[in-house]
Write a new protein. Structure first.
Ligand code: GLN
Length: 439
């Protein structure tokens, strides 16, 4: 049984905070609610409508999960008119040359099913990009699968390569879809906690967590939510453990172009690792087009087989014109990536300075568009209580991190803010914090 934060509260379908039920499924307790449907009976020309209550239904593999924290927090932001520094989506648009490429593709009639594993031009563009970024030469036909966002790449990788009972190791805090998708695959999840201030990988703990049933380690670098970037030393150590124990690496690198202070290293580029690594990435973060949902998985042919089998029956193929436009995006000149990084570093500076000025303990964010802080100087019981206060009394939304741990207690002091917003929004949020946040 998992630990329960005594005052943890989550939201029901009407967006109200409700207390977590005390026992069975603490982290993601299904809320006690019922859907309603109307049943009409016509009798002697008189129609009566009864309201029938149906308990919510969900398969066991998903019953401990609930509405994602990102959805909950964005709904609350809208409800309370709070500035949304919660869910990570830019409030500015993606580049015109990519949008124009999508419009052109639609006009050119690129509107029927795409080839299942990706339109050829995009597979080629992904291979070119990967070579530029990592030095690795991959076969666009045999080693790249285009998916509906990185979330589908993660799902196809897990469902295509993990058997029920296999152990998979996650670094906590971890992105919410990892655990839910592993649950759908019937995997056993083990987690190793990255702890502040530097969120260094506890290598000895990792070593003792590996067993003969360990099938894969999930890595996310740059890391959401902490902004940590795995160092070469950490990755070399993880690589040697994987090679020694015949373990795969599933590597989510969607923030690789937002590596600010430290070099991004793809685990697949380490000696002996390409053959046991699935590298996943997407368009959304790099091109501020999170709604397009174009992602991909790069893996050697023997692993690509499993990924493609799952992908074929999950979504079969993804949006044809958006894939064409993604090929154009990935061929952007180097200056695009330089400017993106420079803009995000300016945004990070505004938010980090503001958060420090109001009294948070701010942990360094070396990559991603997130920063994690310790909220305890403000005296709230836990991260959920603090975020509730922040939305209602201050008018700013952050993400409580306890939902990203197997043991929510590990995250109760930490909340995540995003800086993927225009500078005016970031400054307005800092102003609200300065005016209204009380110790
Ligand atoms: N990746 C985004 C974040 O971490 C959220 C995506 C989502 O809402 N599922 O904020």
């Amino acid at each position: 049984m998992r630990f329960i934060l005594s005052s943890s509260k989550f939201l029901n379908s009407s967006n109200h905070f409700i207390p977590l039920s005390s026992s069975s499924t603490p982290k993601f307790s299904p809320f006690i609610a019922a859907t309603m449907s109307t049943v009409s009976n016509t009798h002697n020309d008189v129609t009566t409508t009864q309201i029938k209550h149906h308990p919510l239904q969900v398969a066991k593999r998903l019953e401990k999960f609930k509405t994602t924290i990102f959805t909950q927090m964005s709904m609350l932001a809208a409800k309370h008119g709070a500035i949304n520094l919660g869910q990570g989506f830019p409030n500015f648009d993606g580049p015109d040359f990519v949008k124009e490429a999508a419009i052109q593709a639609i006009r050119d009639g690129k509107n029927q099913y795409a080839r299942g594993y990706g339109v050829p031009d995009l597979n080629n563009a992904i291979a070119e990009r990967f070579k530029k970024d990592t030095g690795l030469v991959v076969d666009p036909e045999k080693e790249i699968t285009v998916t509906s966002g990185c979330t589908e790449a993660i799902a196809a990788t897990i469902l295509g390569l993990i058997n029920p009972g296999d152990e998979v190791i996650l670094f906590a805090p971890f992105y919410d879809s990892y655990e839910a998708t592993l649950s759908m695959a019937g995997a056993k999840v083990k987690s190793i906690t990255l702890r502040p201030p530097d969120f260094a990988a506890p290598i000895e703990e990792l070593k003792s967590a590996i067993s003969k049933n360990t099938r894969a380690i999930m890595i996310n670098t740059p890391h959401n939510p902490t902004g940590k970037m795995f160092t070469r030393e950490e990755l070399n150590f993880i690589a040697s453990l994987c090679i020694e124990n015949d373990v795969l690496v599933f590597s989510d690198e969607v923030y690789d172009k937002l590596a600010f202070d430290v070099e991004h290293i793809s685990p697949a580029s380490l000696p002996g690792m390409f053959e046991r690594t699935v590298t996943m990435n997407s368009l959304g973060k790099t091109f501020s087009l999170t709604g397009w949902k174009i992602g991909w998985a790069i893996a050697p042919p023997h692993l690509t087989w499993g990924v493609r089998q799952a992908h074929s029956y999950l979504t079969f193929a993804t949006s044809t014109p958006m894939q064409s436009a993604t090929a154009a995006a990935l061929r952007a000149p180097d200056s695009y990536f330089v400017e993106l990084k420079r803009d995000y570093m300016a945004k990070r500076a505004i938010l980090v300075e503001g958060l420090e000025a109001v009294g948070f303990k701010v942990f360094p964010s070396n990559g991603t568009y997130f920063v994690v802080v310790d909220h305890t100087p403000f005296g709230h019981e836990n991260d959920v209580a603090f975020c509730e206060y922040l939305i209602k009394e201050v008018g700013v939304v952050a993400i409580p991190t306890s939902v990203f741990y197997l043991n929510p207690e590990d995250g109760k002091n930490l909340v995540r803010f995003t800086f993927c917003k225009d500078e005016g929004t970031l400054r307005a949020a800092v102003e609200r914090l300065k005016e209204k946040l009380r110790k």
